[in-house]
Design a protein around this ligand. Structure first.
Ligand code: ACO
Ligand code: LMR
Length: 604
């Protein structure tokens, strides 16, 4: 690819470096990118699922993953890895990423990766044709398309240095600080840069000058190139060779910094690990001389570099190689922004008509829409339009559990509360608070344990043994009054529906084998209504294509009990209204129904 990045390029950012990511998004907003340039963040120690960032005045959520693998799988279009791991982890993060064959470019910011490892890492990348920028770099930029992290500094600085749109210079430096400085100089003396890379200051960096210049040679937007080298190393000689052999034909301006070194008696180590001459050829002076001899535009001194840039730029403009740039319209990042405290991803009430997962209420509310409560649940709970067999199942479940008479524990409590003069809502929540692991709230537990047993290929006997060890009754098994002889027809109804309408029911089939064993021990240990619902919901979600992780998450968050909660609310309210209609007095439990076993005070 001739150009390093495009306007569609998206990156995975390794480490939740909020300031750098926000700078990328401010850049994206300024240049009106269609998609944010960061598709995902890898944050190994965070339990959060996303991080909020500003996009203009609004906020967007960028997903967080614990590993590069997960992030890459979720964002297969992201072909750039911005590796902001520390020098201790940067090597392994890069090697893992290289093994994935998803990334075309990897930028590594850490300084001080052991040189032996850096060489191995760079070679692996080279073998795989992956461009590595760094280590020890701020990165690079294709103005108007994609900017890595902190390159160019603040958004004001970026616009001032004309880094918001493509110019015509291809810039390659070692230093990140001087990269910014040169971008500014080029914007003043010419029309800005078309692509720029700071290759990094370590002795062993991934892509070297020649790699970047050869790519820029192929990039039609680059009309001339500027190379800022420094004392140490022999990479500049490869550029000289490429010019001599005709591989590079575009004009090149170059300067090697560090000419001051000759004024010292012994070798000088400058700031970068690679900035030290080990032989005469590696001095800045020698390299500047050799480059000038090869026809490269080399200024008299660094101070003269701006004039050289102007000279080459004006020449190319006069020739017609460089034409006038039409300045694009930009967005302005607001100075004051307020972070939002709440997030809503299911409904929106700001327009003329509120929506459920994007569907106006009127498109699901009335009978002529053909939509049911099952559809509304699938939209508001799962943000999806489920197929009819699934929405019908959801509705069947809610209708099936709506009531089971006045004697069940929840209805009883609701009735007693209503008779104490409490309101509908107070009586309702009393009933709802009765729902739990023994009554109506065993659905999540049933799904969790049966799924676990089936996932781990446990035989029914092993499963029973496992549950005994856990010391809990099997959720979804057993009923006070229902048994093999007095079957629960709700259970039969749900199973019949599933057998007829579900694509398949593997977990139910497994649960039936467990039930055969439990009922052989005690005939009321049937698969009860809670168990049947939990198990069939897992079968439904699997058939709808959810991943096992997504299903586990539903179960963990208590989604399944919610079907009972909503359904049974209908019945509780019925009982409460019944009490009120009958104007029933306060209830007091009869003495003779209580076994009093209280010791006398003198005995205590
Ligand atoms: N798993 C294993 N053994 C069980 C289970 C079970 N789920 N349920 C009962 N048993 C055993 C008990 O250990 C006890 O054994 P023991 O006689 O050797 O001591 C025997 O069966 C009777 O136990 P009880 O708790 O008296 O059973 P009961 O029939 O009164 O209770 C209940 C019914 C509470 C539903 C019980 O079966 C249970 O806790 N099940 C799991 C929770 C559940 O699924 N609840 C939802 C029910 S449906 C609904 O509420 C809408
Ligand atoms: C119910 O649905 O409430 C019942 O299964 C519980 C019961 O005790 O009958």
């Amino acid at each position: 690819m001739a150009q390093l990045f495009t306007r569609d390029t998206q990156a995975i950012f390794w480490n939740n470096n909020k300031t750098a990511i926000q700078r990328m998004l401010d850049y994206d907003y300024t240049i009106k990118r269609e998609k944010p340039s960061v598709a995902a963040i890898v944050a190994p120690t965070s339990n959060n699922k996303f991080e909020k960032f500003f996009y203009g005045a609004d906020e967007i959520m960028i997903p967080l993953y614990k590993t590069t693998e997960e992030a890459a799988a979720a964002q297969p279009q992201a072909d750039v890895l911005l590796n902001f791991a520390s020098f201790r982890t940067a090597y392994s993060v890069t090697m893992d990423a290289l093994a994935m064959d998803q990334f075309k470019t990897i930028m590594i910011t850490a300084e001080g990766i052991p040189e032996r490892l850096a060489r191995k890492m760079n070679q692996t990348a080279r073998d795989k044709n992956v461009t590595v920028i760094g280590p020890a770099t701020v990165g690079g930029i294709v103005p108007g398309a994609f900017k890595i992290a902190n390159v160019g500094g603040t958004i004001e600085n970026i616009v001032n240095s004309k880094l918001h749109r493509a110019g015509s210079c291809g810039l390659v430096t070692r230093s990140g600080g001087l990269f910014n400085e040169l971008s500014n100089i080029i914007s003043i003396n010419a029309d800005g840069i078309a692509e720029g890379v700071a290759i990094g200051g370590d002795r062993f960096v991934g892509s070297v000058f020649i790699d970047n210049l050869l790519r820029m040679e192929e990039n039609p937007n680059v009309k001339y190139m500027l190379l800022l080298g420094e004392v140490g190393g022999i990479e500049e000689y490869k550029v000289i060779e490429a010019i001599k052999s005709g591989k590079i034909t575009k004009p090149v301006i170059a300067w090697c910094i560090g000419t001051i070194a000759k004024h010292y008696d012994s070798g000088v180590q400058f700031g970068h690990a690679g900035a030290s001459a080990n032989a005469d050829r590696e001095t800045a002076e020698a390299k500047n001389k050799a480059m000038a001899e090869a026809g490269i535009y080399v200024p008299e001194s660094f101070n003269d570099l701006p004039n050289k840039i102007k000279e080459v730029y004006e020449k190319l403009k006069a020739e017609g190689t460089i034409t006038e740039i039409e300045e694009p319209e930009l967005n302005t990042v607001p100075k004051v922004r307020r972070s939002k405290n709440f997030i809503c991803t299911i409904s929106d009430d700001r327009g003329d008509e509120a929506t459920y997962a994007g569907h106006p209420i009127s498109s699901v509310a009335t009978p002529d829409t053909g939509k049911s409560i099952g559809d509304v649940v699938s939209l508001l709970w799962f943000k999806k339009e489920y197929p009819k067999w699934a929405t019908d199942f959801i509705e069947t479940v809610m209708k099936t559990v709506a009531d089971h008479g006045p004697a069940v524990s929840g209805a009883h409590n609701a009735k007693v509360t209503a008779r104490a003069g409490k309101s509908v809502v107070e009586s309702l929540v009393t009933g709802l608070l009765t729902i739990g692991p023994r009554f109506g709230g065993a659905i999540d537990g049933a799904a969790q344990y049966f799924k676990y047993a089936d996932d781990n290929d446990m035989s029914p006997k092993e499963f029973l043994g496992y549950m005994k060890k856990q010391g809990v009754p099997i959720p979804g098994i057993g009923h006070r009054i229902k048994s093999l002889k007095n079957p629960d027809l709700r259970v039969t109804g749900l199973m019949d529906y599933a057998k007829e309408h579900f694509p398949s029911t593997p977990l139910l089939d497994y649960a039936r084998t467990v039930e055969a064993l439990t009922t052989s021990k005690k005939e009321n240990l049937i698969l009860n209504v809670d168990g049947t619902i939990g198990i069939l919901m897992v079968d439904m979600w699997r058939a709808l294509g959810y991943s096992e992780e997504e299903i586990d998450e539903f179960i963990e968050s208590g989604t399944l009990n919610a079907f009972f909660i909503v359904g049974r609310s209908i019945g509780f309210i019925g009982h409460i209204l019944d009490e009120k209609r009958l104007a029933m007095p306060m209830y007091r439990h009869p003495f003779d129904d209580i076994l009093y076993d209280v010791e006398k005070a003198e005995k205590l």
